[in-house]
Design a protein around this ligand. Structure first.
Ligand code: 5RP
Length: 245
């Protein structure tokens, strides 16, 4: 019960609906077992990465695990500090043995849509600086084809109208993300940029779309993560499966 409270895990809503909080906790618990003494660890962002950070902190405090970490968002950094994980500032040459992060969608090739939590830029930076990216996901994240989840984009504020025109020309329907606390104001990333959620419905060729998006002037980053994830822990019901591309 105490662990449930600490990790903000609630009881199942109904007998038939998947208990997503329990699936996230199971994926996170499984991923903590991948962390070894002495590792440099990238800490993801979101409601699946958060219990991973909390449990990892517990191993640091109570199990004597020695690790150093860098977080992919201010929120995850704050959580890591609270649970006692030593943090590293970005610096040249810094690489991570293992990064554990969530995803909004993943397919069988471990191509991902990320950025639902607005942290896609730092997440891609840390994933690229990692030898091993492990995704933690509940059962709703696994899809046959990417694109039902609107693709998050991080955009320089000045360039917003032209970026929206350009992604519409590529067949997307862009929507400026609004701030959850203040719905009349746009949401900002940790870098102070704007976030756009772009509805494509189905992404037939993720690699081609990624190549087209990244060259749009003012596009800081898009949420397609291709060829980065090495494995995923996907929890369904009481079982955690490890997927590899
Ligand atoms: C944040 C992300 C998250 O990893 C993604 O949104 C999944 O989050 P959650 O585990 O809460 O479903 O990309 O930018």
């Amino acid at each position: 019960l105490r662990l449930q409270f600490l990790l903000n895990v609630s009881a199942p809503q109904s007998a038939s609906a998947p208990d997503l909080a329990a699936e996230k906790l199971l994926a996170a618990t499984t991923a903590v077992g991948w962390v070894r003494d002495g590792m440099r660890v990238g800490l993801g962002t979101g409601s699946t990465a958060a219990p991973f950070i909390t449990l990892l902190g517990q191993r640091v405090r109570e199990g004597g695990l020695r690790i150093e970490a860098t977080a992919t968002s201010r929120a995850s950094e704050e959580l890591a500090r609270q649970v006692g994980i030593p943090l590293l500032e970005p610096r040249r040459g810094l690489r991570f043995d293992l990064t554990v992060d969530g995803a909004d969608e993943l397919d069988a090739q471990l191509r991902l849509i990320k950025g639902g939590g607005g942290a896609l830029l730092r997440e891609k930076v840390i994933a690229t600086a990692s030898d091993y990216l492990l995704i933690v996901a509940d059962s709703t994240k696994a899809v046959g084809q990417l694109g039902r989840f609107p693709l998050p984009l991080e955009v320089v504020p000045f360039a917003l109208p032209w970026v929206m025109d350009a992604v519409a020309d590529l067949g997307g329907a862009p929507v400026l993300r609004m701030d959850k606390q203040n719905p009349l104001e746009p949401a900002h990333s940790d870098q102070g940029n704007l976030l756009v959620d772009c509805h494509f419905q189905q992404i037939e060729d993720p690699a081609m779309l990624a190549a087209q998006l990244i060259v749009i002037p003012g596009m800081v980053e898009h949420g397609l993560f291709l060829g980065l994830a090495r494995a995923a822990v996907v929890a369904q019901g009481g079982q955690a499966q490890v997927w590899r591309p």
